[in-house]
Design a protein around this ligand. Structure first.
Ligand SMILES: Cc1cc2nc3c(=O)[nH]c(=O)nc-3n(C[C@H](O)[C@H](O)[C@H](O)COP(=O)(O)OP(=O)(O)OC[C@H]3O[C@@H](n4cnc5c(N)ncnc54)[C@H](O)[C@@H]3O)c2cc1C
Length: 538
């Protein structure tokens, strides 16, 4: 503990080094989260207790340990019998237990209002402490509605997926207290283009056998995997359990990916050696079936970058409060305040947009469901494209220490690009958005209705919206999709800030992001209300 550490050393006294941050409740210390939870209808009680547990020093330490001791592949036992197991550090299991029992994966489906908004806020908080374990829990959350395509399977699996406990044991799902589900779509020859999948499904009585490979299968210790494979009737979705009655299913782990980040989570390559599988949805309707899962994982990938930005900014804020340079605290230096204020705009914009999307997931109206279909992709694109920039700049606020593993910055830096890549990489998302606008008139209309909700509040927003509609009266050319999507998402973010954030935030965002009253790097801004913006950090 820093408080017990000696600061008088034989050669020098240790001064001007910020104290350890210790534990901080990630819910009660985050004013912006509380604001977005209010307008989006999230349930505050579970968030308050989860934020308390997550933020404690012990839980933060679990997160650090789980990343310092990454999972290990155990292909065989000492006698050479196949195990196909992954061994995790105990801290990983503990943090999985914390999040499972808080309802991270299940709470959205318990029938109470505000479930998806509450889940999204949980995801945002969990990723600040340990992003790796979010992967299996997000997939479990997202798989629950997709399972409804087979009522018999849902009857067995749903109660286990909904259980508020964590059971890492390796046995058939029926014998477990709780379960998790993963997803196996991506193959070597192409991930985005799943129709090119080569894994073959062959009928075997009332179930199927899968033969082939998956190039990415994160969380191979899940109890089952939603998988796409080619059946005689076309690409079909299957549930492949990891364990069968008394024996392992024929899922061979080939190796673990040596990844840039997301270290606590084991991402693997697998092969199906005639593995037993159960059909989910109609034969040939694989994409339609699994898209239900993808839609929900995309919500998490849209909100996650806001959490990473928050974690980086909290660390940077703590640093500038306690560090001086040139006889003045960093927090009091005008240029540092410009940098922080600009980064706050990005973070609050990302979170406010993400939580508005989550609110739409909770609604049962056709308009909101349509809005959720398009807005989740817009938020995923913009929030993730901004996240690495924010994290890098926050890292630099710490000077040299930002580059050192004693701080959380390197972990955040490694994590920052990931949510843009999986569940639809940037270009794929942009093309999806064009397709949605072209083929889903209700979604296209819902987007315009939403944007119009903020008109009249700020003349500059109205002008920017008008200019956008004039620039793109219809769909853009494919080559221009990124520009169109970026512009749409910026307007949508400004719209949410006008409706839900304090004036200084909306005003600053519109000036710096829509009016071009800024340069190309963070902090190259003028005229922001830096006091009000920096105060958003709490
Ligand atoms: C850590 C990690 C964990 C993962 N876990 C899983 C998992 O559990 N299950 C799973 O199924 N997958 C998983 N993935 C895979 C991930 O979803 C894919 O990598 C991703 O969807 C992209 O597919 P790909 O790698 O085949 O790239 P490709 O599909 O080859 O795409 C390469 C690039 O081309 C772009 N592109 C594609 N089509 C077009 C086009 N028409 N026009 C312009 N540009 C285009 C893409 O945007 C991308 O930038 C994981 C990936 C990572 C990094």
């Amino acid at each position: 503990m820093t408080s017990q550490a000696r600061h008088t050393l034989p050669t020098h006294d240790v001064v001007n080094q910020p104290p350890s941050r210790g534990g901080t409740n990630v819910w009660s210390s985050d004013l912006v989260l509380q604001n977005t939870a209010r307008f989006s209808g999230a349930r505050t009680d579970p968030l308050a207790s989860y934020g308390d547990v997550l933020g404690r020093s012990e839980t933060r330490e679990l997160g650090r340990e789980a990343n310092r001791h990454p999972p290990e592949l155990r292909l065989f036992d000492q006698g050479g019998r196949r195990l196909d197991e992954v061994r995790f550090h105990p801290s990983y299991h503990k943090i999985m237990g914390v999040s499972q029992s808080a309802g991270y994966a299940s709470l959205a489906w318990d029938g109470q209002p505000g479930g998806h908004a509450t889940h999204a806020a949980m995801m945002y908080m969990a990723g600040q402490i340990e992003p790796g374990h979010c992967c299996p829990l997000t997939m479990t959350y997202a798989a629950i509605p997709a399972l409804e395509a087979n009522k018999d399977l849902a009857a067995i699996w749903r109660p286990k997926l909904m259980a508020r406990s964590y059971d890492p044991s390796t046995k058939p799902v029926e014998q477990k207290a709780s379960a998790t589900l993963g997803m196996a779509m991506t193959e070597k020859q192409g991930g985005s283009d799943v129709r090119a999948n080569t894994t073959i499904a062959t009928r075997d009585g009332d179930h199927w056998r899968l033969h082939g490979h998956k190039w990415f299968c994160s969380a191979p210790m899940c109890d089952g995997f939603l998988t796409l494979a080619q059946a005689p009737g076309g690409l079909t979705c299957f549930l492949v359990p990891r364990w069968l009655d008394g024996e392992r299913n024929a899922i061979h782990l080939m190796r673990l990916k040596d990844k840039l980040g997301n270290k606590a989570n084991a991402s693997s390559e697998i092969e199906y050696h005639d593995a037993l599988a159960f059909q989910l949805g109609d034969e040939g309707a694989g994409v339609r079936t699994i898209i239900e899962m993808v839609h929900h994982t995309r919500l998490d990938t849209a909100v996650a970058p806001a959490g990473l930005m928050r974690a980086a900014l909290v660390e940077a804020h703590h640093w500038v409060l306690h560090r001086s340079a040139f006889q003045r605290r960093l927090i009091d230096q005008p240029l540092m305040r410009s940098v922080l204020a600009d980064l706050v705009l990005e973070w609050e914009g990302a979170l406010t947009l993400g939580m508005r999307v989550a609110q739409a997931f909770d609604s049962r109206t056709d308009e909101d469901k349509a809005f959720a279909r398009i807005s989740v992709a817009l938020a995923k694109f913009l929030n993730n494209k901004r996240c690495p920039t924010v994290v890098v700049e926050a890292m630099e606020v710490l000077g040299g220490m930002g580059y050192v593993e004693d701080t959380q910055m390197p972990l955040l830096y490694r994590e920052a690009p990931l949510n843009s890549i999986w569940e639809g990489s940037g270009n794929v998302i942009c093309l999806d958005i064009l397709r949605t606008i072209g083929r889903d008139p209700l979604a296209a209309e819902a987007l315009q209705v939403e944007l119009d909700k903020a008109t009249g509040a700020d003349r500059r927003f109205d002008e920017a919206l008008k200019a956008h509609r004039k620039r793109w009266p219809g769909l853009p050319a494919e080559a221009e999709a990124r520009w169109f999507v970026e512009n749409t998402a910026l307007l949508l973010t400004a719209c949410q800030l006008l409706r839900h954030a304090p004036g200084a935030v909306a005003d600053g965002y519109i000036a710096a992001r829509l009016m071009g009253n800024s340069g190309r790097v963070p902090g190259s801004v003028s005229g922001l209300d830096t006091d009000a913006l920096v105060a958003r950090l709490g």
